[in-house]
Design a protein around this ligand. Structure first.
Ligand SMILES: N[C@@H](CCC(=O)N[C@@H](CS)C(=O)NCC(=O)O)C(=O)O
Length: 202
């Protein structure tokens, strides 16, 4: 059995859970909830020196992180459906979409951490605006031409769905009012991928 260190609320962990479901390997993974709030979590620090989740631990003890690498590993376990196109323009389109969606996630997480880990009188407005601008610009970019899903979702689509899901979960879903095409896109993803609803944080 492989072990996944993650947390119910982690959008990066959610990417891995959805990928595992799409690849039909979810039953080979036992998920262990890990608390990233303390300065030091010895178990997590032992498995990932960066003390970040998710971490996938293989049966022989090998640790795999971060979420991109875990998802690519899981994709290599079974042939279909292919979530990472092996080569060519499709591969780089998928990876670039995933990088954009991960960038939205990173900025959204930094906004949460600013308020979680710093006292209110140390919050820096211009720094938070900087993160918000990245999110807003990326969403506007995607709204112009939401990615096509094709016969099945790929890793870029999974990452985008988790990024939008995180904006719903931690940022009040404000993005929805101004991005109707992306809302429709996420609805379609939700219908096509049951693991999205199954991994929804609460
Ligand atoms: N690039 C990483 C990001 C992982 C990440 O930032 N995870 C958060 C939880 S959602 C975390 O572990 N934060 C703890 C910390 O940064 O100390 C990935 O894709 O896995």
């Amino acid at each position: 059995m492989m072990k996944l260190l993650s947390a119910q609320a982690s959008p990066y962990g959610r990417k891995v859970k959805i990928t595992a479901a799409l690849k039909g390997v979810a039953d080979q993974i036992e998920t262990k909830a890990v608390d990233t709030l303390p300065l030091v979590n010895e178990e997590l620090r032992r498995e990932n020196p960066l003390s970040k989740i998710p971490v996938l631990i293989l049966e022989d003890g090998t640790q795999i992180f971060d979420s991109h690498v875990i998802c690519e590993y899981l994709d290599s376990l079974t042939p279909e459906p292919r979530l990472f196109p092996p080569s060519g323009p499709e591969r780089f389109r998928t990876l670039t979409l995933a990088a954009l969606a991960d960038g939205i996630l990173d900025a959204a997480l930094l906004l949460v951490y600013e308020k979680r880990f710093r006292p209110e009188d140390k919050w820096v407005d211009t720094w938070m605006q900087r993160q918000q601008l990245k999110i807003d610009t990326a969403l506007d970019w995607l709204e112009k031409a939401p990615p096509e899903m094709g016969a099945h979702p790929d890793y870029g689509h999974v990452t985008l769905a988790c990024a939008l899901g995180y904006l719903d979960f931690r940022h009040g879903g404000v993005w929805r009012a101004t991005h109707p095409k992306l809302v429709a896109w996420l609805d379609a993803f939700d219908k096509a991928v049951p693991a999205f609803a199954e991994s929804r944080p609460n």
